[in-house]
Design a protein around this ligand. Structure first.
Ligand code: FHN
Length: 464
């Protein structure tokens, strides 16, 4: 054993200035998880399904160069700079010594997410560049040993999240451009692969995952990524999923633990796009940037508007999904002001309209020309993006008895008249839209919604 540790330490030292401990602490720990009941699964995912809206945080030493390298600006993802600029490990590592986010304030971040109406936070514990944003004993290429900051930002964030009742979740990259045992070597990486042992990398990763799941209190989700290289097999994915579930049977895992197959993990992860008709019968979560970059990139000002972001949230929830909206903090530890302003705008809208998002299900209508629909038992939330100029909101015909209709933003809940036509329902609306982004009309109905198809409506009106 001693000979082994000496060999690996020497091997690690050879390849980079940083050390790795390969002690196989837990590798064989994974016990097969017995088949989970649907009831247990529903209970386990309840908070996540109820929450619908989360904050994604891409933060790391890549925020120091912020997309620039040796005077050249690299378009695209700041967190991919090492790859785009073909930076060798020995030239990338010194960035850690420049990472000193003295403005970082966990309370501020959690409060901002909370005020935005977000119900969970997912932050990068380690991205593809291999740098660990937490205190780990398995390498000193981490925020405690390699930076002048010497503070475990994940610990501070987790403690603050627990204090504010906000679920904290870890993003973790399977791909690792720094670890000597991760294979394959990227095309720009001049390090020889000789002596590298991928299974040892898997042990390293498992050891760190045990730290991440056991050292920070309750963790809500493990959000894996970087699973697309051939060295990462379905078998390894299944094994890692079982391992993580053995660490915490109630944790939620995304489908990138494996090769994104339907039965991998607990939910699908569409990225930067909203599936046209959702993913019926499955849990899914769209992750999206507010501009064009996940990590902080200087000069990326292609910000989506608050209207676009609110419409995305409503569109996704109306199709039964969750929305994970990203921020990329600076190397000082600040969330860019344009992101803060957009989060505040979304939060303001959710203050009035949260009922039409949290804990709601998908729409019963195929499509609506003026907006979207979310639902709860006996209630349809009609999200009007485009207010009808004539004050008449046309809704596809429902068989159900209509109890009442009112504007969600109207504290008096003044009754809106609903007229049942042959082909549709007509709801009379006040002249102007109460909300610039999305005005919600609450339609209370009796029973599960039964939409009368256009054809059926035509036939019944002809028989009259
Ligand atoms: O390569 C990553 C990228 O940097 C970012 O983390 C996104 C977020 O989901 N995932 C990968 C690209 O699919």
């Amino acid at each position: 054993m001693l000979k082994k540790v000496i060999f690996y330490t020497l091997f690690g030292l050879l390849l980079s200035g940083f050390q790795f401990t390969f002690a196989a602490d837990t590798a064989s720990e994974a016990k097969s998880c017995s088949k989970e009941t649907a009831a247990h699964r529903d209970q386990r995912l309840k908070w996540w399904r109820q929450g619908r809206f989360g904050m994604f945080i891409h933060w790391g030493i890549y925020s120091v160069p912020a997309g620039q390298w040796q005077g050249k600006s690299y378009n695209g993802a700041a967190e991919w700079l090492m790859n785009y600029a073909g930076i060798q490990v020995k030239d990338y590592e010194p960035l850690a010594a420049q990472f000193n986010p003295t403005e970082f304030d966990a309370r501020q971040w959690v409060s901002l997410a909370k005020a935005a109406g977000m119900k969970y936070i997912v932050i990068t514990s380690k991205h593809h560049d291999g740098f660990c944003m937490f205190d780990t004993k398995y390498t000193n290429y981490d925020i405690m040993d390699a930076t002048p900051f010497h503070r475990d930002v994940l610990k501070e964030l987790a403690d603050e999240c627990h204090r504010q009742g906000m679920p904290i979740c870890w993003y973790h990259s399977i791909m690792d451009w720094h670890h000597p045992d991760y294979l394959p070597r990227q095309k720009w990486d001049q390090r020889s692969p000789d002596g590298a042992d991928f299974s040892r990398y898997v042990t390293y990763m498992k050891n760190q995952l045990r730290e991440l799941v056991h050292n920070y209190g309750k963790i809500g989700v493990l959000w894996f990524d970087g699973e697309w290289q051939d060295t990462w097999t379905s078998q390894l994915g299944d094994d890692l999923e079982a391992y993580v579930r053995s660490l915490d049977p109630n944790i939620i895992i995304n489908n990138r633990v494996g090769k994104r197959k339907q039965d991998n993990g607990d939910f699908g992860t569409p990225e930067q796009e909203i599936p046209a008709t959702g993913i019926p019968g499955h849990d899914w979560e769209v992750c999206m940037t507010m501009n064009d970059t996940w990590g902080y990139r200087q000069g990326d000002n292609n910000w989506k508007s608050p209207a676009q972001l609110i419409h995305n949230l409503v569109d996704i929830v109306s199709k039964g999904g969750n929305y994970l909206l990203n921020v990329g903090p600076t190397s000082q530890g600040l969330i860019p002001q344009p992101s803060v302003e957009r989060l505040q705008a979304i939060g303001k809208w959710l203050q009035t309209n949260g009922e039409s998002i949290y804990g709601t299900g998908a729409s019963c209508f195929a499509a609506l020309p003026w907006g979207r629909c979310t639902s709860k038992p006996g209630i349809l939330y009609l999200h009007v993006f485009d207010w009808p100029a004539d004050g008449k909101l046309i809704v596809p015909l429902l068989k159900n008895k209509i109890e009442q209709a009112y504007l969600l933003g109207d504290p008096a809940r003044s009754n809106l008249s609903v007229t049942r036509g042959d082909q549709s329902l007509e709801i009379s609306l006040p002249a102007g839209a109460p909300d610039p982004y999305d005005s919600v009309v609450v339609l209370q109905i009796v029973g599960e919604p039964i939409v009368v198809t256009a054809e059926a409506a035509t036939v019944s009106s002809e028989n009259k």
